[in-house]
Design a protein around this ligand. Structure first.
Ligand code: ZN
Ligand code: ZN
Length: 115
């Protein structure tokens, strides 16, 4: 996943992208808030390590983390008896929910799921 190193170069007050006039500090062009470059660097490191925790804290739903895969499998449809189905698994965010596998019959579209 391509995550910009500049993600934290935004003003925490107004959200404007900060400018970096020198190596000492960053400044918000709108509200003139100064931020120490060292502070931003620390957050970048923290972001790398704790990215998942931060996203969970912020309640951001990360679609690519659901790891949706679609492929065919030999599974007998309980409705029409066809023996081929598309299936994909979805890993739920919370560990106690585990992984759910969804099957869709390639002939009649009947859906079933297994945990
Ligand atoms: Zn600002
Ligand atoms: Zn079917």
């Amino acid at each position: 996943m391509a995550s910009s190193r500049l993600d934290f170069l935004f003003c925490h007050l107004c959200g404007t992208m900060l400018t970096v006039p020198n190596s000492e500090y960053a400044v918000c062009p709108l509200c003139k808030t100064l931020r120490d470059i060292q502070d931003i660097r620390d957050k970048e490191i923290g972001y790398t390590i704790y990215a998942e925790d931060i996203r969970r804290e912020l309640g951001i739903e990360i679609i690519e983390e659901q790891k949706v895969q679609l492929s065919k499998v030999n599974k007998k449809c309980e409705k029409c008896g066809h023996d081929e189905a598309n299936f994909y698994t979805r890993q739920m965010r919370s560990a106690d929910e585990g992984q759910t596998t969804f099957y869709t019959c390639t002939r009649c579209g009947h859906q079933s799921q297994e945990n």
